[in-house]
Ligand binder design. Sequence first.
Ligand SMILES: [Zn+2]
Length: 371
Amino acid sequence: MVIEQHQETTARGTSNDLIPVFDGHNDTLLSLGRTGRSFFEHGEAGHLDLPRARAGGLAGGFFAVFIPDPPSLAEPAASQEEDPASIADRYRDPQAFPPPMPLAYAQREALRTIAALYRLEAASVGAARVVRTAAEIRRCLVEGVLAMELHIEGAEAIDPELDALDVFYAAGLRSLGIVWSRPNRFAHGVPFAFPSSPDTGPGLTDLGKELVRACNQRRIMLDLSHLNEAGFWDVAALSDAPLVATHANAHALVPSSRNLTDRQLAAIRDSGGLVGVNFHVGFLRPDGAGDAETPLIRIAEQVEYLLEKLGPTGVALGSDFDGATMPAALGDVAGLPRLLDALRAHGFDDATLRAVAYDNWLGVLERTWGA
Ligand SMILES: [Zn+2]
């Protein structure tokens, strides 16, 4: 349906506004769980629901399973949006092993969220589908079905024996972020800081290295977003898969700890990997401020710079919908056509727009998962 709509608009010679978008990261499952809002009704809260996804041409994306801080650690109103730095502070000590998150708690939360994803799929009556292969994503694009890829952001729910990895894989897991912005038993996440190098602490633990090998064997994509630089280089040395950061930007333009240095970008390029451009204003603005009054040209500049460093197949989108502060000009997922217009106005041709909007994701997933 998405493609038919696009053909209609092209035939009228109007705009590119329904180029489909496959997106590298959203926290919508977390948002739905926290707010109780419906995925199937057009809402104002959050950034993504099915009606708004259709309005914006969202064809699918990575739906993250994120384990919030255990209640005993969280301040009464703590959330990622409100004060990420204070949350990260509690985890910053690299000596804090075992990490302050009980495995049973993390697994319970992961099960709850994965179950929520499958309940969404069932309740969608065919409008949304959990996908495990690039071919399934392509089919969803043709059929106008929202493709939902099961991603885990932060491996706290995976036990040292990696039993949960196999169970999650069987449940559809095809990509894993080793860490969020806190340490766990596998690696050290980069605390949110500006300006800051991403080189904030030690590399992977021995167990982290085992996890990388295990993911390679199962062809689970490893997401390097939120990983500190030492951990990044450990993965680069070990992994036989393309290096991918699903939602991060270029450090040369915006010196946030969450963005990637030119050296990291070169390693990603050499591996046949990819970066999904993050729309969070704090990772887009040269001053690092969390100000929603951030023009869409900041996203265009990131796309341009990353294309220069990564080549034409190395750049895609990784919005961070429902997990970050979006530019006001974008608003939510329904604003994607405005972003594509801004990219076109910046000088990208139709082929480049389509590559960045969906095709580069499909390419790197095929290289990682197999065609
Ligand atoms: Zn994230």
